[in-house]
Design a protein around this ligand. Structure first.
Ligand code: NAD
Ligand code: MG
Length: 410
């Protein structure tokens, strides 16, 4: 069978999703050609990727790093042009020769290039959930207006997409869908004694039982903020009100999510926890391609468990749905506060229980008008970040035994 060659730009190629994407791409040189690779600062990994895939463009975020990278590329005799900065990300995401953009930058840093890909009508493989959380209406309108094709990479949303009828176009009722059931592993602290939370370290929070991922999403999985963000993501992707999206804890991470229909059928997608499954699905859609993923052995898995989420243990889980109901720009504020809280936890000793405290405090403090344009979104993000860096938890420390006071960023 012959296939049209797909030219791909991978935004965030040195990260967990980026590396998995290149692993699948490398298995199918007859289908995929890499046009652009991008990284924030991991020049060693990026150089190795450029040597293997010989892209036309490589983008770094720092001018100094880009300049010395240019030299390495020249010494290696590669055809790659080195560019720098967020405008360069937007440029490679909208190149006329690019068919498909893998949006795998972490955080709101991914918003501008992902929007640029949508605005130039690309096939957008969306891993960067923060684009939808921070700018849902703007993003979805851009996709519709410019005829982009949006395919979810987040394993849950990819599972939902696979469990919906092909003809789904945004009307759940028309397809007889009652609810979307998002599964959640519960992360590394599903059964940790509550009095141990105050001493949780970054490495413990990043040690996910089933998935190897970047550190930001790993912390989000530990707090279950990730699942809350995924409720917002599902809301925009599938036009589902929050009351029709239910979170089910499933520690084995084998059922990746489900769609429940009005006749009582629940259609699920199952597989080993390996991101190469949703990546390959979206890359080749509507065809299926091999990807090195081990076949599921249900007998070896033995039993699958399901339980209700423990809302008291995971205060971050409810915050995104609340923000979605509050409307306006609350989700943008929530995302900014969470990104800063996670960074402060990972780098600056903010205690684990202070993560939800910081976020709630910023949500209360920042007035969040509706953000209609990219400028509105970025301004709101900026204001919320300022608050989040300044947060010291003064009034809350009396109540929170074991919390560590952390100075604002100097
Ligand atoms: P990661 O930290 O491993 O990689 C992030 C990538 O983005 C790297 O290439 C990095 O160089 C680049 N990057 C970071 N900050 C940047 C900035 N300011 N400007 C430009 N580039 C920047 O992250 P990841 O785990 O691969 O996750 C990427 C995205 O995919 C996230 O939005 C995450 O929520 C989503 N996602 C990841 C997984 C997973 O299994 N890792 C699963 C579902 C969804
Ligand atoms: Mg997920």
């Amino acid at each position: 069978m012959t296939h049209a060659m797909q030219n791909i730009a991978i935004l965030g190629s040195t990260g967990s999703i980026g590396v998995n994407t290149l692993d699948v791409v490398a298995r199918h040189p007859d289908r995929f050609r890499v046009t652009a690779l991008t990284a924030k600062s991991s020049t060693d990994v990026l150089l190795a990727q450029c040597k293997q895939f010989k892209p036309e463009f490589a983008v770094l975020m720092d001018t100094g790093a880009a300049r010395s990278f240019e030299q390495s590329v020249a010494e290696a005799g590669l055809p790659t042009r080195v560019l720098c900065g967020v405008e360069a990300l937007e440029k490679v995401a909208s190149l006329p020769q690019v068919d498909t953009v893998m949006a795998a930058i972490v955080g709101i840093a991914g918003l501008r290039p992902t929007l640029a890909a949508a605005a130039s009508g690309k096939k957008v493989l969306l891993a960067n959930k923060e684009s939808l959380v921070t700018a849902g209406p703007l993003f979805m309108n851009t996709v519709r207006r410019h005829g982009a094709r949006l395919l979810p990479i987040d394993s849950e949303h990819n599972a939902v997409f696979q469990s919906l009828p092909r003809e789904f176009y945004g009307d759940l009722d028309a397809c007889g869908v009652r609810r979307i059931l998002l599964t959640a592993s519960g992360g590394p602290f599903r059964t940790l004694p509550l009095d141990a939370f105050a001493r949780v370290t970054p490495d413990q929070a990043c040690a996910h039982p089933n998935w190897v991922m970047g550190r930001k999403i790993s912390v989000d999985s530990a707090t279950m903020m990730n699942k809350g963000l995924e409720v917002i993501e599902a809301h925009w992707l599938f036009n589902a009100p929050p009351e029709r999206i239910e979170v089910v804890v499933h520690p084995e991470s084998i059922v990746h999510s489900m769609v429940e229909y009005v006749d009582g059928s629940a259609i699920a997608q199952l597989g080993n926890p390996d991101m190469r499954t949703p990546i390959a699905h979206a890359l080749a859609y509507p065809e299926r391609i091999t990807n090195g993923v081990t076949a599921l052995d249900l007998a070896a898995a033995g039993s699958l468990h399901f339980e209700k989420p423990d809302w008291a243990r995971f205060p971050c889980l409810a915050l995104p749905s609340d923000a979605l109901r509050a409307g306006e720009g609350a989700a943008t504020v929530l995302n900014a506060a969470n990104e800063v809280a996670v960074e402060r936890f990972l780098e600056q000793g903010l205690s684990y229980p202070d993560i939800p405290r910081l976020i709630e405090s910023v949500l209360r403090a920042v007035h969040a008008p509706a953000a209609h344009t990219l400028t509105d979104v970025l301004e709101l993000d900026h204001e919320a970040r300022g608050r989040a860096w300044a947060w010291q938890g003064r009034s809350l420390h009396a109540a929170g035994a074991g919390t560590i006071a952390v100075a604002a960023r100097s």
